[in-house]
Design a protein around this ligand. Structure first.
Ligand code: A2P
Length: 278
């Protein structure tokens, strides 16, 4: 066989590879990216999947293993593409590399969506609260673009607490795009966005509203600002996604209001999930 007849060296394809279609950096700690969606992937808005990159080959065996982490899907279930919102950790095994992806690059996506931040885990109610810190806004970016959210509730409130004002940009853009989205208005009905209340706060950098959301609940500021009496198990449902501290503190606060934690198998009044860090 001469050289021209030799088969081309196969290009190593990643297992479960998807192609990056868009990348947007917000700060030196945060970025968003979109990927192609596997035709077979079905998920419920609010769920997460494992995504990642191939690690370096083991010097002894020469074999490389994927580095995977749980990422909430930030796009809604009806979207043709997938969106993710990620932290950048300079020495993080995955995000130190993931932050450099460009459109056209490949990422690994294990198509097995799971999670508790789904409508199925809540009993019917009138008002739905989304409490997020940092990248914990991601599952709510999905649910806020999901028609069922507005069909099932009279009012939807997103609170987002970040350290700095620049870290609110993803949420600000999201809310603006939802309010101006003609497709969503057609899908859900004109005026659906009137049900949506956005309550951003910062803790370390000046902004119009400062303080941890937990403090603002406990001192009554949040309810006074929104003209709401409080949270009650008869009318209110809540989803929480953020740091371990936020999740623990809000669990206690919500249970203090009489809400019980729900699950897919046993829906109740609130659900919690940890946002991916590292
Ligand atoms: P703080 O600046 O007071 O720590 P991080 O970037 O560390 O994930 O934090 C994101 C945001 O979540 C920060 O504004 C942080 O406030 C806030 N936060 C951290 N822990 C809690 C908590 N237990 N309750 C409410 N907010 C919290």
């Amino acid at each position: 066989m001469n050289i021209a007849e030799q088969p081309a060296k196969p290009v190593m394809a990643l297992p479960d590879a998807q192609t990056v279609t868009e990348v947007q950096h917000y700060t030196d700690r945060l970025f968003r990216f979109r990927t192609t969606r596997p035709a077979s992937l079905r998920f419920r808005s609010g769920e997460f999947v494992m995504i990642g990159l191939m690690g370096d080959p083991d010097p002894k065996t020469g074999k490389a293993k994927p580095i995977l982490r749980a990422y909430s899907i930030a796009s809604p279930a009806w979207d043709d593409e997938l969106e993710f919102y990620s932290i950048k950790v300079q020495d993080g095994p995955l995000t130190s590399r993931l932050q450099h992806i460009q459109p056209g690059d490949q990422v690994i996506l294990r198509p097995k969506p799971v999670g508790t931040l789904v409508h199925d885990a809540l009993l019917p109610g009138k008002r739905l609260w989304f409490f997020a810190t940092g990248t914990g806004i991601a599952p709510f970016a999905s649910l806020l673009r999901e028609p069922q959210t507005y069909e099932d509730y009279d009012q939807v409130i997103l609170t987002h607490t970040c350290r700095e004002a620049a870290e609110l940009k993803y949420g600000e853009d999201l809310i603006e795009s939802i309010r101006n989205d003609e497709l969503l208005a057609e899908l859900i009905g004109e005026g659906f966005a009137d049900k949506l209340i956005y309550y951003p706060t910062t803790t370390r950098d000046p902004s119009p509203k400062m303080g941890r959301v937990t403090t603002l609940i406990q001192d009554g500021t949040l309810f006074a600002d929104l003209g709401i009496d409080g949270i009650s198990p008869e009318t209110d449902r809540a989803m929480v996604c953020g740091s371990i501290g936020l999740n623990m503190d809000l669990k206690e606060i919500l249970e203090g209001f009489g809400l019980r934690e729900g699950a897919n198998s046993e829906p109740a009044e609130y659900v919690v999930e940890k946002a991916f860090v590292g």
